[in-house]
Design a protein around this ligand. Structure first.
Ligand SMILES: [Zn+2]
Length: 54
């Protein structure tokens, strides 16, 4: 059984954009959500890097 893909940001059905970074789990319904998803990812990377550096 497979779950229907949902937008990773707003959870809407039938997302059309698949993230190149993580095609198995990250899908987005449009540009806006794609950008929001990338923002979250960049924030996460920066936080991870900061923790590693300290
Ligand atoms: Zn969306």
């Amino acid at each position: 059984m497979r779950l229907e893909p949902r937008c990773s940001h707003c959870d809407s059905e039938d997302p059309k954009i698949i993230s190149l970074r993580n095609p198995a789990f990250e899908r987005y319904c449009g540009r806006f959500c794609l950008d929001k998803g990338h923002e979250n990812f960049i924030r996460w990377i920066r936080r991870t890097n900061a923790e590693v550096a300290s």
